[in-house]
Ligand binder design. Structure first.
Ligand SMILES: C[S@@+](CC[C@H](N)C(=O)[O-])C[C@H]1O[C@@H](n2cnc3c(N)ncnc32)[C@H](O)[C@@H]1O
Length: 203
């Protein structure tokens, strides 16, 4: 399958340029995408499980793992799986000194997804919906346990922004929600992100 075929359905079918990975490490992002707010939104899905198993969170399209690191620190009892399709992005995460200090954080590549299907308590997809082809979005939804939660946050085409991709590369809130619903997710909007739309979504 060609690269563009694999990304069919994405608003921005070009792969994220790994030479721009440094922009993902700019902590100024935290002013408008607060990792504490993200953790608070995910927390209800990451408590102790009735079956006694450790809760699992997948950061789908983790990039350099900026947010996966924050979440692994906030939830030491949760297995945080930082997923990216570009091994060079995961290498940048692995090279961060903090990575080695967090035994609950692991970097994974897409072949690992099959055995996680139906086993994941929560998924974070930050700044990635516009890059996900239909197959990838289907595999994201398939990860969730029946009561699992996906937090999908992406740049909004509805607002003028001084940062982020051009508006014609991303979705407006209504189109994003429709796309999530078309893939079997009930998506409830949440606020708190001035340049992004955000949805708490369940199967
Ligand atoms: C714009 S970056 C956002 C990274 C991170 N979520 C953040 O906000 O710091 C998007 C990342 O998603 C990854 N990605 C895109 N499609 C993917 C897919 N189908 N599976 C796994 N990773 C994907 C890209 O390689 C890139 O590293």
């Amino acid at each position: 399958m060609g690269h563009d075929d694999a990304r069919h359905g994405a608003k921005q079918p070009e792969r994220f340029d790994a030479t721009r990975a440094h922009v993902l490490d700019d902590k100024e992002r935290f002013a408008y995408v607060d990792p504490v707010l993200i953790a608070d939104l995910l927390a209800p899905a990451l408590g102790a499980r009735a079956d006694g198993a450790r809760a699992t969170l997948v950061d789908f399209g983790t990039g350099t793992g900026t947010y996966a690191l924050e979440l692994a620190k906030r939830f030491p009892a949760v297995a945080v799986l930082a997923l990216d399709e570009q091994p060079e992005m995961l290498a940048k995460l692995g090279a961060k000194p903090e990575f080695a200090t967090l035994p609950n954080l692991r970097a994974i590549e897409p072949p690992a997804l099959a055995e996680l299907a139906g086993c994941v308590d929560a998924v974070l997809a930050l700044n990635v919906l516009h890059e996900l082809g239909d197959d990838a979005l289907r595999s994201l939804v398939a990860l969730l346990r029946p009561d699992g939660l996906a937090l999908v946050i992406d740049w909004s085409a509805d607002v003028e922004r001084p940062v982020g991709p051009p508006n014609d590369h991303v979705y407006g809130a209504a189109a994003a929600r429709e796309r999530l619903q078309a893939f079997g997710l009930r998506a409830a909007p949440v606020g708190g992100f001035p340049y992004h739309h955000a949805f708490l979504a369940r199967r």
